[in-house]
Ligand binder design. Structure first.
Ligand code: SF4
Length: 327
């Protein structure tokens, strides 16, 4: 894929903390640091995969970028504009350019609306069609672009399979001709056989319309095909970020190494030893000291529980944060 040089999205030091309240007076006694100082960019036409276990803050990152949640601090620049500083009216304008596809195609489509109404609704809201005829024609085109037929326009979501419903979700997101799509675990609820179909459609649409994706997933195997670069998140922070070839061939962070070891390898000669992580992801209310991965890290050293490693470039834009690399 030809990747242009311009950054469409820039996220700088983004934080999203949720207050933890307790007692009769609901006093704030702490914070859940769901997104804790996250920075990255996505170039026009590029796909950045954002991967981590559930609860690591990846979906909150997506929602905060779109201002579905308000950030605690930081900067989100879309085409150079700091969107966290925009008022409601300006935000409404720009929201057209940034769409989201949700994980659960069952829950995200209104069961009482026909496909024509679901896909046509954003056209109506943003006044992108002047008549019902024009709207229906556009809906037909959108359905065609995701591999559905005009005959399916007047059906309801329950009449479709999971993969088809996700296609309807994609058509709805495309209706307003966006530049950026945040795909929040778009295939996690689908059978493995259907996942590839939806990913291929997303890739075809990217080529056709020059779309830019932030593709969120909990599994590195899902984003491998579609991503140009991949960011790995753990407990609210990005711990590794690089182009996909470096990440899959030469993962630097022990957490990434463990995630990759869990992916079944079709070629027996490349088979790696599975690294089993001890325990669950710790609570972001009270994250471990030093490197927050240290209680589960098979390579942890004394320093790891004391000092937080610095996230830095270890060559050719391969960023990671780990004391092992600093030696
Ligand atoms: Fe493991 Fe220490 Fe590196 Fe953290 S800093 S990933 S605990 S070796």
């Amino acid at each position: 894929m030809a990747v242009e040089e311009k950054n469409l999205l820039e996220v700088n030091n983004l934080k999203k903390y949720f207050p933890v309240k307790a007692g009769v007076f609901r006093k704030t006694v702490g914070h859940v640091k769901a997104v804790d100082d996250v920075s990255f960019y996505i170039k026009e036409g590029e796909t950045l995969g954002l991967v981590g276990e559930s609860g690591c803050g990846k979906s909150t990152t997506g929602a905060t970028i779109l201002r579905l949640l308000e950030a605690t601090s930081g900067e989100v620049k879309f085409e150079g504009k700091d969107i966290l500083a925009l008022n409601k009216r300006q935000m409404r304008e720009i929201r057209k350019e940034m769409q989201i596809i949700f994980q659960d195609p069952y829950a995200s489509l209104n069961p009482r609306m026909t496909v024509a109404d679901i896909v046509g609704e954003p056209l109506k809201i943003h006044k992108l069609a002047h008549s019902k005829k024009e709207r229906d024609k556009k809906v037909e085109e959108l359905l065609d672009s995701v591999g559905l037929t005009p005959e399916q326009m007047n059906r309801y979501p329950h009449e479709f399979s999971g993969g088809q419903r996700q296609r309807i979700g994609v058509a709805r997101a495309l209706a307003v001709d966006p530049k950026l799509i945040i795909a929040d675990e778009p295939v996690s609820a689908l059978d493995v056989s259907i996942q590839a179909q939806v990913i291929n459609i997303l890739q075809d649409l990217q080529n056709e319309f020059g779309l830019t994706y932030l593709f969120i997933a909990h599994d590195l195997s899902v984003v491998k095909h579609i991503s140009d670069r991949v960011a790995v998140m753990y407990l609210g922070k990005i711990v590794e970020l690089t182009d996909k070839h470096s990440l899959y061939d030469n993962p630097l962070h022990p957490y990434t190494q463990s995630l990759l070891s869990a992916i079944p390898e079709p070629k027996p000669e490349r088979k790696k030893e599975r690294i089993i992580l001890e325990g669950d992801v710790p609570s972001p209310v009270n994250p471990p000291s030093g490197c927050s991965f240290h209680p589960r890290c098979p390579k942890a050293m004394d320093i790891c529980s004391k000092d937080e490693p610095i996230f830095k470039d270890y060559g050719d834009g391969h960023f990671a944060s780990c004391h092992l690399l600093e030696k």
